[in-house]
Design a protein around this ligand. Structure first.
Ligand code: NDP
Length: 287
């Protein structure tokens, strides 16, 4: 029996993309075509798929997308020079470097070189600092997407206890910050947290960003909790599954996101959103 309301990221993502597409056509009427540059280093197949999806999504709503493919032997200096060139390019409003990068390249240095005005992934130290301070900036797309899911599903956040499982720079850490800004009481957990279920059981909202299939079970969840599954894993049949044991947890949760079709579609949606906001800003600056 299913009890939980399923938060449909595919539908919510579509709705947001539609309004972003409307903004794109308005911008085009004013002479600005939003542009996103994606830098792909090497030939990692997963990265190639992610990049292709991002490009397709851009094209579907009229954003100009430019793919810069660099060989895996590219030097760090060449990559940094490419980013600096894009920082100054008028046709590009968002720059994204697909991670991971080859080992000889310092990822932190690369990300810090992206102009904060074009950091639509929200990963640079300036963007992260501004987010922490609650200042206007580009929010990292996955946690930003989760906030949109909660908003569309009308989940109350203020005063609720949110437990984040995972503390990566791109998901867990910023996720907790965004929930804190909406007045949740936030607990971070990670691989060194003893007795995880005793903590997640206290949560009104659980966000799982671990990268382990079916890791969050019924034993981790208080009846009526909202469960957001960021995980993307493959099972033995190569089928996509999340970090949450959906079949089990949907029987106790009040709301749950499926995998696929939950958080996944929101990440690219918010990337498109951020890129268009960046393009809009150039118009304001021209005035
Ligand atoms: P990371 O591997 O960077 O981080 C995983 C986190 O999980 C770490 O903080 C780690 O703790 C924690 N962890 C590992 N084992 C345990 C455990 N036993 N108990 C509690 N915490 C544990 O992953 P990401 O944050 O990048 O991604 C997480 C998942 O989300 C992955 O499946 C990824 O594919 C997916 N993802 C999905 C996106 C989307 O668009 N939907 C976007 C980005 C990621 P510690 O820090 O101590 O090592």
């Amino acid at each position: 029996m299913s009890n939980a309301m399923i938060i449909n990221g595919k539908e919510i993502g579509q709705e947001i993309r539609q309004s972003v597409a409307e903004q794109v056509s308005k911008l085009k009427n004013q002479g600005v075509t939003p542009g996103l540059a994606v830098i792909l280093v090497g030939d990692n197949p997963a990265s190639q798929t992610y990049v292709r999806n991002k490009q397709k999504s851009c094209e579907a709503i009229g954003i100009y997308s430019e793919l810069i493919k660099l060989p895996k032997e590219v030097s760090e200096d060449e990559l940094l020079a490419q980013i600096r060139f894009l920082n100054n390019s008028e046709s590009i409003h968002g720059i994204l470097v697909q991670l991971p990068l080859p080992e000889h390249i310092n990822e932190d240095k690369v990300i810090a070189t992206i102009s904060p005005e074009k950091d639509v992934d929200g990963f640079s130290p300036v963007s992260v600092g501004k987010m922490m301070l609650g200042q206007e900036t580009y929010l990292p797309c996955t946690p930003f997407g989760v906030m949109k899911l909660l908003e569309y599903a009308k989940v109350d956040i203020a005063g609720k206890h949110a437990v984040i499982v995972g503390r990566s720079h791109i998901v867990g850490k910023p996720m907790g910050q965004l929930l804190l800004q909406k007045d949740a009481t936030v607990t971070y957990t990670h691989s060194k947290t003893p007795d995880l279920p005793s903590i997640t059981k206290q949560a009104d909202i659980i966000v799982a960003a671990v990268g382990r299939p079916n890791f969050i079970t019924k034993e981790h969840v208080k009846p009526g909790a909202v469960v957001i599954d960021v995980g993307i894993n493959r099972d033995e049949n190569n089928k996509l599954i999340g970090d949450v044991d959906f079949a089990e947890v949907e029987q106790v949760a009040s709301h749950i996101t499926p995998v696929p079709g939950g958080v996944g579609p929101m990440t690219i949606t918010m990337l498109l959103y951020n890129t268009v906001q960046s393009a809009r800003k150039t118009l304001l600056q021209d005035k």
